[in-house]
Ligand binder design. Structure first.
Ligand code: 13P
Ligand code: SF4
Length: 301
């Protein structure tokens, strides 16, 4: 039996569902039951009620699945797949900030650890951040964390001043305005899509900034036939598969998230065999972190 067939058989036996992020390896996306962005994956985890969820993505995403589906066994096939940006904000420092800024609303990008989510007021993803920020009364001060680029891009778009944490995504931060200028010269007909984790100077040069799920939707629904894609290259697999008649140019082929690539088919198979490694979070962390995620889901179901 091929490894894909072994995974399929075992998945059925374990009544498991495999969720994968748009940046994971092509072969992992191909065996998943559902592939999506952070928001879509959170929704899926909350509604699937599967006894076992195999989460192929980085750790904060697997933790979010556990928070939203605490009764399920949540497997994270490679526990070394973390998100460096998620580790740039700690619950301790946020609590210290809150002591000196008691009236400030703390908005956390979902790319934060479960522990950090216990210290914030509300979460958001790149897919719903604008609506979440817009829901906060204009007279309220906001601290946005951990991504200073996403925060600055939101501030500019919404005309809302926010205090920004100093975190960033090492992968998206590599994309420079010159990459966009060069790509536009090479493909003048193409529409430029970038992720809002990119530097503001990059977002300003792009035609549109969207979450990974937003980019996939835009690519499918738009009449445009040629795109320049400014985000992690793993997304090109699904883009090309879903739109065989359209052309997608990678903005810069070295834009790879090494952590998203850590989960292999072997890891998925072994995790289903052993029902390990599991995401384990204590009840208090789940309850407090769920509160900030649910506030987001109430605004953008
Ligand atoms: P999306 O929610 O847009 O998929 O983004 C997640 C992420 O980690 C981007 O780097
Ligand atoms: Fe984190 Fe950046 Fe990788 Fe997304 S691409 S998981 S933000 S390191």
């Amino acid at each position: 039996m091929s490894i894909e067939e072994q995974i399929k058989t075992l998945k059925k036996e374990r009544q498991a569902i495999i969720l994968a992020h748009n940046y994971t390896m092509a072969e992992v996306q191909d065996i998943a039951d559902f592939v999506g962005d952070s928001l879509e994956l959170s929704r899926k985890a909350a509604e699937c009620h599967a006894p076992v969820i195999v989460f192929c993505g980085v750790r904060f995403m697997a933790e979010t699945a556990k928070i939203l589906s605490p009764e399920s066994i949540v497997l994270h096939p490679n526990p070394h797949a973390g998100c460096p940006m998620a580790d740039m904000a700690s619950a301790k420092t946020i609590r210290e900030y809150k002591q000196t800024h008691p009236d400030t609303t703390v908005v956390a990008y979902v790319n934060t650890t479960a522990e950090t989510k216990t210290a914030v007021d509300i979460c958001c993803t790149s897919g719903n951040a604008e609506k979440v920020i817009a829901s906060i009364p204009p007279e309220k001060d906001i601290l946005f964390l951990p991504d200073r680029n996403l925060g600055a891009n939101l501030s500019a778009k919404l005309g809302r001043k926010m205090d920004l944490w100093a975190g960033f995504c090492p992968t998206h931060n590599k994309i420079m305005p010159e990459h966009i200028q060069q790509a536009k010269m090479l493909h003048p007909q193409a529409v430029v899509m970038v992720h809002p984790e990119c530097l503001p100077a990059v977002v300003q040069l792009a035609d549109i900034a969207l979450s990974t799920g937003g980019m996939l939707k835009f690519a499918k629904e738009s009449d445009v036939r040629e795109f320049i894609v400014g985000t992690e290259c793993g997304i090109l697999h699904r883009m090309r598969k879903e739109n065989p008649d359209k052309v997608f140019h990678s903005l810069e082929p070295s834009v790879l998230c090494p952590n998203m690539k850590k989960i292999t088919l072997e890891d998925v198979l072994f995790s289903l065999q052993d029902l390990e490694p599991r995401v384990e979070l204590d009840e208090n962390t789940i309850a407090a972190a769920k509160d900030s995620i649910n506030k987001m889901l109430e605004i953008v179901p």
